[in-house]
Design a protein around this ligand. Structure first.
Ligand code: PYC
Length: 310
């Protein structure tokens, strides 16, 4: 199986170019559902140790449904699918450029939650225009064992997020273990207390919000991903959810830039516009680098053929 690895602000993407499972035909959302339910071994074998690690996001490249799109892509992590993925979209465009499949300019990419447009502005920099993002619930209070009362917003940015300024520790990389434990406790409490996204959707990302560390920054975050890994980048869909909340609170005007730092200090430049329906359309600018162009091997007698699942 040929894969190309990249990282976007430190967050890894593994783009699968060949050797993926047959997902049949039909809408991309159905093909994505088939990947998750019928091919979880495939997903784990590509992403988990010994071939990968739990922070990796897979991007399965498929032929587009529309001739106007450059590709269709299904994003997944070791535990399931992601609706959209900002960092992996940036990584995908930079990788397609590396392969000579695209050049600078605007490209349409089909994802299971809608078409996104992304502009390659240099070999390593991309601006992604994400799906419409919105706040579903404001100032939700929940009781979290070991943490007490936590208040935050529930918002959609292509995935479901709970965003809270109630951080259990400073947003420093030395506190990643403590932040991860607390974010997992919040995610579990959201589910057990029946707090969901629209139509009962599980909130599987938790985002702590804090002050920036650099003079040019506007905010810093820590984002817990569904498998338990933390996002090394500021998280494109998490930034989209944050933009939706800023817009709704009247704290950021359309077209105004916001620099978001990740827990390791990598940054995205964010802004948004409103479409003709008044919805928030986030723009995320970030940088990716290709790190490997490799063939993954899956020996029949390899006991860890489908990944280490401790
Ligand atoms: O960049 O949207 C993102 C993302 C989601 C999970 C990991 N990265």
């Amino acid at each position: 199986m040929r894969v190309i690895d990249s990282h976007t602000g430190g967050e890894p993407t593994r783009l699968i170019l060949s050797g993926g499972p047959d997902l049949g035909s039909g809408p991309l959302a159905d093909q994505a559902a088939r990947l998750e339910t019928e091919h979880s071994d495939f997903c784990a074998s590509v992403l988990l140790e010994p071939r990968g690690h739990d922070a990796m996001v897979g991007a399965l490249l498929l032929p587009p449904k529309s001739p106007d799109s450059v590709a269709a892509v299904i994003y997944f992590n070791p535990v399931g699918n992601l609706g959209m993925c900002g960092h992996a979209t940036i990584g995908t465009l930079v990788t397609l450029y590396h392969l000579g499949r695209i050049y600078f300019g605007l490209h349409r990419l089909e994802t299971p939650v809608g078409v996104v447009e992304a502009k390659l502005i240099s070999p390593n920099r991309v601006v992604v225009e994400n799906v419409a993002s919105y706040r579903h619930a404001k100032a939700v209070c929940l009781e979290v064992p070991g943490l007490g009362q936590i208040t935050g917003d529930v918002a959609w940015g292509g995935n479901w997020f709970f965003l809270t300024p109630d951080c259990p520790a400073d947003l420093e990389s030395t506190n990643i273990a403590q932040l991860s434990t607390a974010a997992c406790a919040i995610r579990d409490a959201l589910w057990t207390q029946g707090i969901t996204g629209a139509k009962g959707a599980r909130i599987d990302h938790v985002e702590f919000l804090g002050a920036p560390q650099s003079p040019q920054g506007h905010g810093r975050n820590f984002v817990l991903c569904p498998g338990g890994a933390y996002d090394r980048s500021p998280c494109g869909t998490g930034c989209s959810a944050k933009l939706a909340c800023l817009a709704e609170d009247g704290l950021l005007d359309p077209g105004t830039s916001w620099i978001q730092e990740s827990i390791i200090g990598s940054t995205y430049t964010l802004s948004y516009r409103r479409n003709d329906r008044g919805q928030v359309i986030p723009q995320i600018e970030g940088e990716a680098h290709v790190t490997a162009d490799v063939t993954l091997l899956f020996g029949k007698d390899d006991p860890y053929r489908t990944g280490i699942r401790a």
